[in-house]
Design a protein around this ligand. Structure first.
Ligand SMILES: [Zn+2]
Ligand SMILES: [Zn+2]
Ligand SMILES: [Zn+2]
Ligand SMILES: [Zn+2]
Length: 371
């Protein structure tokens, strides 16, 4: 199952490009928050917006629920497949953070669907958009709302290179730059992103120069193990310890060496994912058609884009991604009271061998730093 491709399926038709635009929610397009649909045909420029998301996390060892605050949001999602007339849906699991005392959740309890862990970022997409009538898949005319007026959605302008090929530009649909949305990543994709940050951003200072390693700290007790200015280790020895770890003189354990970077400038601060623009696209993996690899390149750090006049605040993702109520879940899942789902369903726990596998399993990643 290709998660994002399936999300695209619930989008719109109209032009091919609109299909990859931002699908509407069924009810109203007012006040709606769209999500980023990563394309395999073109890259989209985005900025991640750090939030302060408070979440409860279950600690396997102590059995306690701990409160964490992170710049991104995390949740468990269920993929509800389309069935006959019913649209597919992706909904947040309502079981809650405590696996020893789960709250009621129909996809968990009655359908036994597995959960997909998602890491979700607030983002601003730094591209041209149109506010344009929604043309439902399989139809040619705009879909009308209850008020008899066309339902409007936001779709990416198709005129990427300025070639005048955008049908929405030609029909003079409202055009605007930049849009606040969210971006859902699987664990694998999040790991890819962190690896790219480690490789291309953490080694650069905000001033543009390369950072140098100043010292190494113990991964366990954070004691400084090696000072680069005074160390007697040779380069070869250092490489060995970086690769294999070393026994920390302070806590006497075999630990990893955590490099602490430094720059000669006054600021001396490493870049991170929130400081640069990301150009994101994806490509099918070579190993399986259902998996894909995230392609991310970073653009030079810059001030918040002056062309975007909207909000740079993070989205309240706990509200946007709140789980549906039980009656809503019943409707979305097409469950009658007391009905049990058939086990021929590919999303059912008993189906196939790789039931707990993530839908996409990227095999490699690629990144570069431009500028
Ligand atoms: Zn659930
Ligand atoms: Zn356009
Ligand atoms: Zn230590
Ligand atoms: Zn610097």
């Amino acid at each position: 199952m290709d998660y994002l491709k399936d999300m695209a399926k619930y989008g719109l038709s109209g032009t091919a490009r609109r299909l990859k635009g931002t699908p509407p929610t069924p009810k109203s397009s007012i006040g709606r928050v769209d999500y980023l649909n990563v394309s395999d045909e073109f890259s989209q420029r985005i900025r991640l917006i750090p939030g302060a998301y408070e979440m409860q996390r279950y600690d396997d060892e102590t059995g306690s629920l701990d409160l964490v605050t992170l710049p991104f949001y995390e949740c468990e999602r269920h993929f509800i497949p389309a069935r006959r007339e019913r649209r597919g849906a992706i909904i947040t699991c309502s079981a809650g953070p405590d696996p020893t005392a789960p709250k009621p959740c129909l996809p968990c309890d009655e359908l036994e669907y597995f959960q997909l862990h998602r890491v979700v970022f607030s983002i601003v997409e730094l591209e041209q958009f149109h506010r344009t009538p929604w043309i439902k898949k399989g139809t040619t005319d705009p879909t009308l709302g209850k008020d008899g007026k066309p339902i409007l959605i936001d779709a990416l302008c198709e005129d990427l290179e300025g070639g005048g090929n955008c049908s929405m530009c030609r029909s003079e649909d409202d055009k605007f730059f930049g849009k606040s949305m969210y971006w859902e990543l699987s664990n694998d994709q999040f790991d890819q992103l962190l690896a790219l940050e480690e490789q291309f951003l953490r080694t650069k200072c905000v001033c543009g120069k390369d950072m140098r390693i100043k010292k190494f700290e113990c991964s366990r007790c954070a004691e400084v193990i090696i000072q680069m200015s005074s160390t007697k280790f040779t380069k070869k020895e250092l490489r060995h310890y970086i690769k294999n770890g070393m026994v920390c003189p302070a806590c006497k354990s075999l630990v990893r060496l955590i490099p602490i970077m430094d720059c000669s400038c006054e600021k001396s601060q490493s870049l991170n994912l929130f400081m640069v623009d990301l150009n994101v696209s994806r490509r099918p993996s070579t190993t399986g058609k259902k998996s894909y690899t995230l392609d991310v390149t970073f653009s030079a750090p810059c001030e918040p884009d002056k062309r975007y006049g909207g909000s740079w605040d993070s989205i309240d993702l706990a509200a946007v991604l709140a789980p549906p109520t039980i009656p809503e879940q019943r409707k979305i899942c097409g469950l009658r009271r007391g009905a049990v789902a058939g086990k021929d369903n590919p999303y059912h726990e008993d189906y196939g061998k790789n039931k707990n596998q993530e839908p996409e399993a990227p095999t490699d990643n690629k990144g570069s730093f431009n500028g």
